[in-house]
Design a protein around this ligand. Structure first.
Ligand code: AMP
Ligand code: MN
Ligand code: MN
Length: 320
C-alpha cells in the first residue's frame, strides 16, 4: 500500500482528477481524498480537475469545485488520477502530463498499473472509494468523508449487489455506517431516484431493445434526435444497461448513445460468461469483467456487428 501523505511531502500544489463523465465512485473518491488532504495538509493548495458530476452528488464536499477549468500554466507538484487511466481524464490530462509526480489509484482490470510514477491499482477492490478508504485509514475518517466513500461504494457495487462486493467491502461499509448518516436517503437520492424524463428514456430504450444470439445478447441505442427531444445528456442514461442485463436469458447487454455524428459511447454488461473488459479493450476502452465501456464509430448496425463479433468469441456456444 502507498502512504499518501508521505507521497505529498513538500508539495505546494496538489491536483485530484478522475475519469470523464464521472460516476458515483469517481465523484465519491475525489471528494473523500480532497477532504482528507485538505484536513491533513491545511497549507497546501488542493485543486479538483474533474468534469461536473451529476447534480445528485451536489451535497458531497468539493462538488462546487468540480467542473472548473484551469489555467494551463498551473503547475502541480502531485497529481492524483482516481478511478481511471491517464488518457481518460479529459481536460485534466494536459495538467497530469506536466505534474512533477503522478499518482494513480484505480481498480479497473484494464489499467496496466504502470502509467504513473506511483501506482496503486487493485482490480479486486469493489471500487476506487474502497481503496481511498484504506489509504486514508479508519482513524482519519469523519462523517463527511465516510459519506463520500459510501457513495462511491454503493454506486460501483449496485448497492452491494454485484459480484465485486467482497466481505471486506461490507466490513468497510459497516465501519462507515457507524458515522450515522442517513444511508437509505443517500441510496435513494443518488442511486435509485430517476427524473420523469430519465424514466421515459429508460422506457424507450427497453421498448426499442433487440435480442440476438439466441436471446443471449441484448442491445439498445439512444440517438441524438431522442436526446434532443428529451433535452437529455449522458447523466440521464445511468442504469439503462443494467436494466437490459436483467432480462431473463441475457448473458451480455449493450447500451449506447450517440456522442457525435456516427460516434457512440458504448456500455457493456455481462452476467459472467463473457469478460466484457476484453471486448472493450479490443476497441480501445476498458473496465471490469462484468462492466466495461468504449467509444465506437459507424452506423448503429456496424457498431453492433463489430461488438457482437467480439462478444461471440467468448459466448459459450457461439465461438467461431
Ligand atoms: P460505463 O458503461 O460507462 O458505466 O462503464 C462501465 C465500467 O467500465 C466503469 O467502471 C467505467 O469506468 C469503465 N469504462 C467505461 N468506459 C471506459 C473506457 N473507455 N476505458 C476504460 N474504462 C472504461
Ligand atoms: Mn468509474
Ligand atoms: Mn470505479
Amino acid at each position: 500500500m502507498i502512504n499518501v501523505l508521505e507521497e505529498c511531502k513538500g508539495a505546494n500544489v496538489i491536483g485530484i482528477s478522475g475519469h470523464v463523465r464521472p460516476d458515483g465512485d469517481c465523484t465519491g473518491s475525489v471528494s473523500a481524498l480532497y477532504q482528507y488532504l485538505k484536513k491533513a495538509l491545511p497549507d497546501v493548495q488542493i485543486e479538483l480537475l474533474l468534469e461536473k458530476p451529476s447534480a445528485v452528488f451536489a451535497d458531497l464536499p468539493g462538488y462546487e469545485r468540480m467542473g472548473r477549468s484551469f489555467a494551463k500554466q498551473t503547475e502541480f507538484d502531485v497529481f492524483f488520477i482516481l478511478d481511471s487511466t491517464q488518457e481518460r481524464i479529459g481536460f485534466a490530462e494536459a495538467h497530469a502530463k506536466k505534474a512533477k509526480k503522478r499518482i494513480n489509484i484505480d481498480h479497473h482490470i484494464s489499467n496496466p498499473g504502470t502509467e504513473c510514477d506511483v501506482n496503486y491499482v487493485v482490480p479486486e477492490a469493489s471500487s476506487t472509494a474502497e481503496l481511498v478508504y484504506e489509504l486514508i485509514g479508519k482513524e482519519n475518517l469523519d462523517a463527511q468523508i465516510a459519506k463520500s466513500i459510501y457513495i462511491g461504494m454503493i454506486h460501483d457495487t449496485g448497492v452491494f449487489q454485484y459480484s465485486n462486493t467482497s466481505p471486506k467491502t461490507l466490513r468497510i461499509a459497516a465501519q462507515l455506517l457507524e458515522y450515522g448518516f442517513d444511508f437509505p436517503k443517500l441510496i435513494d437520492e443518488t442511486f435509485y431516484e430517476k427524473t420523469y424524463v430519465q424514466n421515459q428514456i429508460l422506457g424507450r430504450a427497453l421498448l426499442e431493445s433487440i435480442l440476438f444470439m439466441d436471446g443471449k445478447c441484448i442491445a439498445s441505442m439512444v440517438d441524438r434526435k431522442l436526446m434532443d427531444f428529451y433535452q437529455a445528456d449522458s447523466k440521464d442514461f445511468e442504469g439503462i444497461v443494467n436494466q437490459l442485463r436483467v432480462v431473463k436469458g441475457v448473458e451480455c447487454a449493450i447500451f449506447m448513445y450517440e456522442t457525435g455524428t456516427l460516434e457512440y459511447k458504448v456500455s457493456l454488461r455481462s452476467c459472467g460468461a463473457v469478460d466484457v473488459s476484453k471486448v472493450a479493450e479490443y476497441f480501445g476502452g476498458g473496465g471490469h469483467v462484468r462492466a466495461a465501456g468504449c467509444m465506437l464509430s459507424g452506423t448503429y448496425h456496424d457498431v453492433l456487428n463489430n461488438l457482437s463479433r467480439e462478444i461471440a468469441k467468448q459466448m459459450p456456444g457461439f465461438q467461431v
